[in-house]
Design a protein around this ligand. Structure first.
Ligand SMILES: Cc1cc2nc3c(=O)[nH]c(=O)nc-3n(C[C@H](O)[C@H](O)[C@H](O)COP(=O)(O)OP(=O)(O)OC[C@H]3O[C@@H](n4cnc5c(N)ncnc54)[C@H](O)[C@@H]3O)c2cc1C
Ligand SMILES: NC(=O)c1ccc[n+]([C@@H]2O[C@H](COP(=O)([O-])OP(=O)(O)OC[C@H]3O[C@@H](n4cnc5c(N)ncnc54)[C@H](OP(=O)(O)O)[C@@H]3O)[C@@H](O)[C@H]2O)c1
Length: 384
């Protein structure tokens, strides 16, 4: 758990937790499979604070493991070293210890020696060809490249040497421990996609592990990952503006639980965005109850695909720019969580535009204003 915690469990020694709730949040007609998960921490002593993430060590999909074993003519019982040198069966190594999704550079280096049709990979590994290498790897996993270079045969030991160590994934915690006790809630987007040119469905390792394969006592190795940079305001009178499209909603569910439990007097304004209100309005009843109780003062939604033109959270921020600026002027802290690649950048642009337009500032002054928010730790991000 968190580094300050007294628990014996940590990233190095994860707690074998039990998944107790696995509920689909998306309804029929959705393009997504997003889940509400609850994981029991009973007896672990693992603690977390609102804003922290949960680390999860996944296992690979057994179907993918069996397909790779069959491709190479392995039984799975062969003994091989794991990444720390312990000797285990190849099946266990491929299931629990090594990455089977993104092929490592080592396998690309090894393939031309085993199949001459793989010679072009040597050129792709040139440091000047990073873009071409990324294009080649996009949507290809280890099984895809074994199926592409049919002459390539590895020994079991050679094979694990060209794989990298499986890493844990982080998930923003969607609960306050003050409210849920020895439990932790997550909001999980399940990753599944069918790349052109691949013969099999690709499944995100950890998201499908949690959604499809984690049932059973003690099956989910977890640890708490402290996020000191992403905390509810210490001053409970301070207002918050929270922007959390998609699974970015997770820490704000936790913050609202916490603000209610502590009787915080500060106002709360939540922006949520997803594709369609009918199928993707996660935690609708909970948020509407918070509104009715006065815990959530303003609740603004942006359903991007409910009309011909896209409407995103930043469009709603701009539409409500006068109030938004007013909240900032009155000391609100601004939080954003979710997609780092596009959403968080566009939301950042929007906040600059709001300060310029509604604060009557130049571009330069708006930049200084937003920089000051960051320095005062009133502009906090948890993006991925
Ligand atoms: C601090 C933090 C908090 C997070 N919080 C959450 C959260 O609350 N909820 C949540 O669901 N996730 C969250 N994530 C993301 C999460 O950690 C995982 O990255 C996510 O679940 C995917 O992991 P996976 O193992 O299922 O997928 P992986 O096996 O890692 O596969 C994902 C990879 O697949 C590839 N890919 C995906 N789609 C396609 C496609 N269509 N075509 C080709 N390639 C594709 C991409 O390369 C992508 O990186 C968070 C991440 C961080 C760092
Ligand atoms: N690493 C991975 O494989 C993986 C897996 C799952 C999720 N993710 C990432 O996790 C984050 C959350 O995913 P999610 O499925 O929960 O939600 P998401 O993809 O972020 O979508 C949530 C909402 O945000 C909208 N959106 C798209 N572009 C936007 C932009 N530039 N600005 C503001 N809103 C925008 C979407 O609209 P439209 O869809 O209509 O455009 C949708 O309405 C994203 O980073 C996603 O890429 C990564």
């Amino acid at each position: 758990m968190s580094t300050e915690s007294a628990s014996e469990y940590s990233r190095k020694n994860p707690f074998p937790a039990t998944l107790t709730v696995n509920r689909i949040l998306t309804a029929e007609g959705s393009n997504k499979d997003t889940r509400h998960l609850e994981i029991s921490l009973e007896g672990s002593g693992v603690t977390y604070e609102v804003g922290d993430s949960l680390g999860v060590f996944p296992s690979n999909d057994p179907e993918l493991v069996e397909a790779i074993l069959a491709n190479q003519g392995f039984s799975g019982e062969e003994q091989v070293p794991d990444p720390v040198g312990d000797i285990i069966s190849l099946r266990q190594a491929l299931t629990e210890k090594y990455i089977l999704s993104e092929p490592a550079k080592q396998i690309l280096k090894a393939l031309p020696e085993k199949d001459e049709s793989a010679e072009f990979l040597t050129d792709l590994l040139d440091p000047g060809e990073k873009g071409k290498l990324a294009d080649y790897l996009w949507g290809r996993d280890v099984l895809d490249i074994l199926e592409e270079f049919t002459a390539a045969r590895f020994t079991p030991e050679e094979f694990v040497k060209v794989l990298r160590k499986l890493q844990p994934r982080l998930y923003s915690i969607a609960s306050s421990q003050r409210v849920v006790g020895e439990s932790v809630h997550l909001t999980l987007a399940v990753v599944r996609y069918q790349p052109k040119g691949s013969r099999h469905l690709h499944k995100g390792v950890c998201s499908t592990f949690l959604a499809e394969r984690a049932d059973g006592a003690g099956k989910v190795p977890v640890f708490s990952h402290t996020a000191k940079h992403f905390r509810v305001p210490e001053n409970t009178d301070q207002a918050t503006i929270m922007v959390g499209p998609g699974t970015g909603i997770a820490p704000f569910r936790a913050m609202l639980q916490e603000r209610k439990a502590t009787g915080a007097k500060g106002k709360n304004w939540l922006f949520f965005g997803e594709q369609q209100a009918a199928s993707d309005f996660f935690y609708k009843d909970e948020f509407e109850s918070y509104q009715a109780e006065g815990v959530l003062n303003t609740f603004t939604t942006a359903f991007s695909r409910d009309q011909p033109e896209k409407i995103y959270v930043q469009h709603r921020m701009l539409e409500n720019g006068a109030d938004f600026y007013d909240w900032l002027e009155n000391g609100a802290s601004f939080y954003v969580c979710g997609d780092a690649a596009r959403m968080a950048k566009d939301v950042d642009t929007a906040i600059h535009q709001i300060v310029e337009k509604f604060g009557g500032k130049t571009e330069e002054q708006a930049r200084e204003y937003v920089d000051a928010l960051k320095k005062e730790k009133r502009y906090l991000k948890d993006v991925y």
